[in-house]
Design a protein around this ligand. Sequence first.
Ligand SMILES: Cc1ncc(COP(=O)(O)O)c(C=O)c1O
Length: 461
Amino acid sequence: MIDEKNLARLSFPGAPKIVTKGLPGPATQKYLETAFDNESMARGGGRFPFVMAQGKGATVKDPDGNLLIDITAGVAVNAVGRCHPRVIKAMKEQMGTMMHAIDFSSVKRTDLAKKVAEIMPGSLKDNCITYFTQSGSGAVETALKFVRKITGRTQVAAFHGAYHGVWLGCNSLTTGDQYRKGYGPFAPGIIHLPYPYCYRCCFGLKYPSCDLQCAKYVDYVLNTPYTGADDVGALIIEAQQGEGGYVPPPQGYLEIVKKACEKHGALYISDEVQAGAGRTGKMWCIEHSTVDPDMVTWGKGMGGDVPMAGLSMRKDLAEKIDDHSQPNTFAGNAVSSAACMTNIDILTENDHALIRRAGELGEQIKTWITDAAKDIRIIGDVRGRGLMIGIELVEDKESCTPLNQEAVGNMIGGMLSRGMIMVPCGRYGNVFRFMPPLVITRNYAKKAVDILIETAGDVAG
Ligand SMILES: Cc1ncc(COP(=O)(O)O)c(C=O)c1O
């Protein structure tokens, strides 16, 4: 049952608690230096001045014993919290039974494929075929390959601000200079369209008086001669943008985009890697709209503490894919499958109680932040759904100029020293993502908001 007392048991008590003279402490510093000496810093967060030694629910400890509140959830991964006891139990049982089955069927993997079909949105529910991978990038990469075979078409549409992974195919969809500069050329046939970033509308309009011109523009590009978009096999979109700045589309946008796809004969792929698995208060973020996707890519929170991701597509589409055309040695690992099954159980039991709570708690958190931010110059926008909340920092509310990176760094450092990890995203690196594990207690959520506000007040001066 979900009550605050039960949730509190999933995290370390007493957070935040800083026991060293400032962060990073000496043991942590040593680990950081070893990492710099031995690991490629091309990875994400390599320079983040924190080392995880223990994780429990919505809390983490570093090697010095500092205890922090975790508002990253491993970038939306630890939906049911770190080291959930039921997930550990399921994994332990599976470890003693069977772990690796090459790419053959295993009992757990097969059970999982069925379970995934049961929880898919729209007409994919009980009517889809899943291809398992170990990462969101792998799921999107596979979607790109399959779309070619299924549709016989050469183009794919994606969006400004999109992030769909960093392998060469999916990186072609991903925007963001740091992922692209010097790494091209990318896959041919990719078209980028405007995502509805209302706070910084590229058409200079305001919702709702804009009448969703951005969505109409997507329809225009896909369905008008002489735009160059004449052979689009699929459109891939995040139902709430993640790395692009935690940007939810306005009501009605996705429906217009979906209709534009249908008119063109293009498949609609909902990339739910970050926004799925209950994060936004629905199992799948697309369920905030009436859109029925043709394919769903998923990952992160579905596996939780272990790698598990996939591409789920309608059965009639999957029939067009040749057997043995996409082998994958570690796909559907039985231990990962056991963890994923348990994550799904925890998220969906009692009529999706944990997910519904995420929706409600998210609204409360947005209100706390918005109310406190009225007098804080650098908090420009608070947005998002459920526990996928973006806080956009600016030089001041009037100009909306993105906050400079030095001040963003001071925010990260300030929150860290107060006992909380939170990571930025966004096109200007100035949006903080409030995305705790769904099992965070109300008490810890409020403490996290207080730390955010106190730090922002300090940085604003
Ligand atoms: C929407 C989306 N798609 C794909 C990916 C890539 O997932 P992974 O990092 O597991 O490869 C991400 C990662 O952040 C994502 O947010």
